[in-house]
Design a protein around this ligand. Sequence first.
Ligand code: IMP
Length: 422
Amino acid sequence: MGSIVAIGAQWGDEGKAKMIDYLTRESDIVVRYQGGANAGHTVVVNDEKFVFHLIPSGILHEDKKCVIGNGVVLDPILFIEEMEVLEKKGINVKDNLVISDAAHFILPYHKIIDAALEEFQQENKIGTTKRGIGPCYSDKCLRIGIRVGDIMDEKYLKSRITTVLKIKNLQLQGTYNEKPFTVEEIMDILMTFKKKAGNLIKNTQTYLHQEIAHGKKILLEGAQGYGLDMDHGTYPYVTSSNPSIGGALLGTGLNSVNVTEVIGIAKAYVTRVGEGPFPSEADEEAGERLRVNGNEFGATTGRPRRTGWFDATLLKKSAMINGLTQIALTKLDVLTGFEKIKVCVGYDMDGERADDVCLSRYYKVKPIYVEIDGWEENISKCRSFEELPINCQNYVKFLEDEVGTPITYISVGPGREYTFKK
Ligand code: IMP
């Protein structure tokens, strides 16, 4: 039995949480492998809404284990808040969640620096979520990060924080004109975390391999999406981690032999939040219609998302880089009522076909569209491919042919029950 990786195939917000919730039913363990509280996942169960930022949504299943992997950057304050909200709703977090001792903590100075960096580069700002993601990952690379496991040895932790704050406070005061932090302030935050969540900490890399050896089925859950990947995405308009397949292995300690399926989750249209190129961005009228129909407002920041047409060329690259074996197509119902639906099937750069251009050059390309006939019928009650109106079926088949990867799941509404196998 192999592990499955579920990856956002576009620029994030593809409806991953709902698909992951669905796929969780066929798994024993769900692992979040990268990113932090920049992600916002909403799952609706029996009309009750659950918003997740750090904890895998698999936690809603009493019989599943969830893991926050070593590739995640964890905000201890937000984590405790999220855990307590879930526990108040009767979800058993304590017995079903483990946190990697090698994950890194996002500390208050990371968030201050994130906001200050955006302020400094006004002209070229990234439009980050200001959750401290970039500064935390950069400290990890500089080897001045604080890891979750560090809190188990308070003497060692204190000496690490003392050293790190010497550097951080210079940066905060000298470069950003911000107030310094004391060792006690940071220790307080981490000791509160230890008190409330210390018993969840584990060597998750070993744990996962042991569970695989016992025949357990693992689902690796990505945050954000391929287009926001630091290496493969629209750099510098990306997040500071690797949502793509490489990040899944790196952020869990699993290897390519362990993975048998890679499911790309893609919306039936495209959205992106923040700055950066977006070749198939829709015009104002269609864009607003997609935004309203699809309720495209960020779960983390509340920002309106930019909306556009399905970009099959982007998806093809996503399939290639991630080794997608299947695609889950979400929010197909949002397209109902459009007389014509555009699909981007290639790019033009300075009058030449440029489908192979790398994503960081996307600001130079113009989309080449094909128009597909839309449908009027309400599809939210459809529970099989055959029940979909013929034009809707044709749209799905067209995407499948263009991308060259089978679409195996379709979702036509927000709750669990709206997803079906094709
Ligand atoms: P950061 O991850 O906060 O550093 O933000 C970097 C870029 O990634 C910005 O354009 C954000 O809007 C985008 N981003 C981060 N997390 C998400 C997400 O969960 N969904 C969509 N976009 C995201």
